[in-house]
Design a protein around this ligand. Sequence first.
Ligand SMILES: C[S@@+](CC[C@H](N)C(=O)[O-])C[C@H]1O[C@@H](n2cnc3c(N)ncnc32)[C@H](O)[C@@H]1O
Length: 239
Amino acid sequence: MVDNPAARALFGDRLGLAERYAELLVTAGVVRGLIGPREAPRIWDRHLLNCAAVAELIQPGARLVDVGSGAGLPGLALAIARPDLSVVLVEPLARRTAFLVEAVEELGLAGSVAVLRARAEEATGQLPGGLADVVTARAVAPLDRLAGWCLPLAKVGGRLLAIKGASAAVEAAEHAAAVRRLGGGAPVVRVCGAGLLEPATTVVEVVREGAATRPAKRRRPARRSTSDGAPGRLGARRR
Ligand SMILES: C[S@@+](CC[C@H](N)C(=O)[O-])C[C@H]1O[C@@H](n2cnc3c(N)ncnc32)[C@H](O)[C@@H]1O
C-alpha cells in the first residue's frame, strides 16, 4: 500500500483501486504514450492526488462529465475516490478512449463510468444520462474556450470546475467577461486539499447561469487525417 496520508485521506477504502489505476498509468499509460515517462515517479502527487482533491467541491451523487480526460484525469481519479458519482469521460482521440475503456473495465468501474469519444463541443445530446451537475477539465484549454465547450454540457445551475495552476486568478479575471457572454457566472478561484497537499489544487469554478451560447466558430485549416485524430460521431460506450 502507498504510505501517504493524503492518499489515504482522499481515497479512503478505495486506495487499493487507486493503486491499480496508478499502476496502469505508469505501465500501459507510459508505453502507449499517454503519460510522459518523467511523470511516472510523480504520478501520485502531481496527478492522482491533485485530481482527487477536487472531490471536496462535488455534491453527493452528482453526474460528472470530464472533458479532455486523456488517460482519465481528473475523471477516473474522482470516480475512484467517489463511488457515489456517475461519470462520463469525454475524449476525442481513439488511442486515449481505447485506454480509458480498458481501464474502466480492468478497475471494475463499468457501473459508474462511461467513455464518450467526442470533442466537447460536439458532445451535447450524446451524453449518456443527459446534462451534468459538474463538468471537470484539467490542462485542456484556456478558461474562455473551456467555458464555451463545457457550460453547454452542464445543467443550468451546474458548474464547470477547471483545474488550473498558479495562473488561476489571472485567468479568472482575464476571461470573466467572455465567460459571462457564454452563460457563466463570475469565475471563482477555489483551493482544494489545503493542509493535505503541497501545493494544494487550484480550481476555477463557473456556474452555468443561463442559456449557454456557443462561441463563434474559429476558422480552422483543412483537417489532417491521422489514425487517432478524428472525432467519433457516436463513440459512447457504456462500460
Ligand atoms: C494535455 S491533455 C490533458 C489530459 C488530462 N485532462 C490530464 O490532465 O492529464 C488535453 C486533452 O484534451 C483533449 N482535447 C483536446 N481538444 C478537445 C476537445 N475539443 N474536446 C474534448 N477534449 C479535447 C486532448 O485529446 C487531450 O487528451
